[in-house]
Design a protein around this ligand. Structure first.
Ligand code: PHE
Length: 452
């Protein structure tokens, strides 16, 4: 491959990969699910899922990418030419696009809320007006579409600059900033009266709440959090430095990502409890509760801007990795110049993503169009998170664990790390038996074939 770019150092590899993992998932999904499913008990299960499913698949993707120096489709084509295995890569490209259809929509709301926070829209906000502002946004046929376009324009502008000057430079600057902003929000939140209730909501260990559904949730979350099962880590792995220690990168990224999630939980829940609010789920928490609580505390307006800015950073760096999957595919397999591959990907995402944006709520312009009880937004989310990601992860585990040459996998994984050789035996046992078994269970239960 002529002039194929790579990241320039181990630090760049770390920040880019962490940038993909850290996203909207850390800011609302992780803290809320942890609190709801038994705090510390859920956390233990989540960590086990990371170790037994997340990391093995992640390392498998790193192997596929760096070994072949190819995009998600090309990687399989190089290792198993002329076989149907390359469809895993094609499925990954499709999954990345599906995720982007709705992720860019939610990211658009985040950008808009950052703008609103800067403009001072939340200065005298009340519970009713916070709800009304969000309610008006999701049924508005113009504003969220414009912000979705703005988000995609930012992502495109960064990606056009390339792997080093675009992805590497931006993630290396923004990830440390995100960390500082989140710690600043934590310091304020944890010194509020009543903050201890929020901390105990997150950490109180209650094994009684740990149902089978909670275990499945933890497994699905580990997958989504670490951007697995759709070729993101194959594509980024293909840009890793030749001597990067893949075991160490995987472990550092998983740990840091979990730390960011916990820090986000520590900023959100003490605040929510201190103001006596319900820790409600999903976008509602982010867009209705946060403006309300932050606007009522000293330095709140500054923190509100900081909070939506860090959410915008998280969403943007995750989207860089999502859009890079089709970009690398189009550039390498279809021979398009990089800038054209970026434009085509973003235009396609916008064209279909508008359908998601306009169908979020029953009152939205296209909210009336449903198929089997789901609108566009929900279908994109369901098909990607519940079907394509676990299926992709399973197939990747099977390919790397059973089809690829074991010595070749072992060689790639122990590059730059003599100590890694000792982990290989355990790694293969987990990848061949434990990971597929657990993935088959979540996959079957998520499509409703078995009930846990
Ligand atoms: N990991 C990102 C988050 O937590 C989401 C994501 C999923 C990014 C899949 C890339 C691929 O928000």
């Amino acid at each position: 491959m002529k002039n194929r770019e790579t990241f320039s150092s181990g630090l760049a590899v770390f920040f880019a990969t962490l940038g993909s993992a850290v996203g909207l998932g850390n800011i609302w999904k992780f803290p809320y699910l942890t609190g709801q499913h038994g705090g510390g008990a859920f956390l233990l299960v989540y960590l086990a899922c990371i170790v037994f499913v997340g990391l093995p698949v992640m390392l498998g993707e790193f192997y596929l990418g760096r070994r072949t120096r190819s995009n998600a489709v090309g990687a399989f084509e190089k290792l198993a030419p002329g076989t149907p295995w390359k469809n895993i890569g094609a499925m990954g490209v499709a999954a990345a696009a599906l995720i982007m259809f709705f992720y860019s929509s939610v990211a658009g709301w985040v950008y808009f809320y950052l703008f609103k926070a800067l403009r001072g829209d939340f200065a005298a906000v009340t519970m009713e007006s916070a709800k009304a502002q969000f309610g008006a946004l999701v049924v508005d046929p113009v504003t969220p579409v414009v912000w979705q376009l703005a988000v995609l324009a930012v992502v495109a502008a960064i990606l056009v600059m390339g792997v080093k000057k675009g992805i590497e430079r931006i993630t290396k600057t923004l990830m440390p900033l995100l960390f500082i902003l989140i710690v600043a929000c934590d310091l304020r939140a944890l010194t509020l009266p009543g903050a201890a209730d929020g901390v105990s909501f997150l950490f109180a260990t209650d094994f009684g709440k740990l149902s089978a559904a909670a275990v499945l949730t933890a497994l699905g979350l580990a997958f989504f959090k670490l951007s697995l099962g759709m070729g993101c880590m194959i594509t980024y792995g293909s840009y890793f430095t030749a001597d990067n220690n893949l075991f160490a990168t995987g472990a550092k990224v998983a740990l840091s990502d979990t730390l960011v999630s916990l820090l986000a939980g520590l900023a959100i829940f003490p605040t929510v409890f201190s103001f006596g609010l319900e820790p409600g789920a999903g976008p509602g928490l982010l867009f209705m509760t946060i403006p309300l609580v932050f606007s009522q505390m000293p330095f709140g307006s500054v923190l509100l801007v900081a909070f939506f800015f860090l959410a915008a950073i998280a969403a943007t760096t995750a989207m860089l990795s999502l859009v890079e999957v089709p970009v690398a595919y189009l550039a390498e397999e279809k021979g398009l110049p990089r800038s054209r591959a970026v434009m085509l990907s973003v235009a396609g995402i916008f064209a279909v993503g508008v359908l998601a944006t306009l169908s979020v709520d029953k009152g939205s312009l296209l909210g009336g169009y449903t198929f089997m009880g789901r609108g566009f937004f929900d279908w994109f989310d369901y098909l990607s998170s519940n079907i394509l990601l676990p299926l992709g992860g399973l197939l990747i585990a099977l390919f790397v664990g059973r089809i690829a040459d074991k010595a070749d996998v072992a060689r790639e994984l122990s590059k730059g790390s003599p100590a890694a050789a000792r982990l290989l035996t355990v790694y293969f046992i987990i990848l061949r038996y434990v990971t597929p078994a657990l993935l088959i269970v979540i996959f079957l239960s998520s499509v409703g074939v078995i009930k846990l």
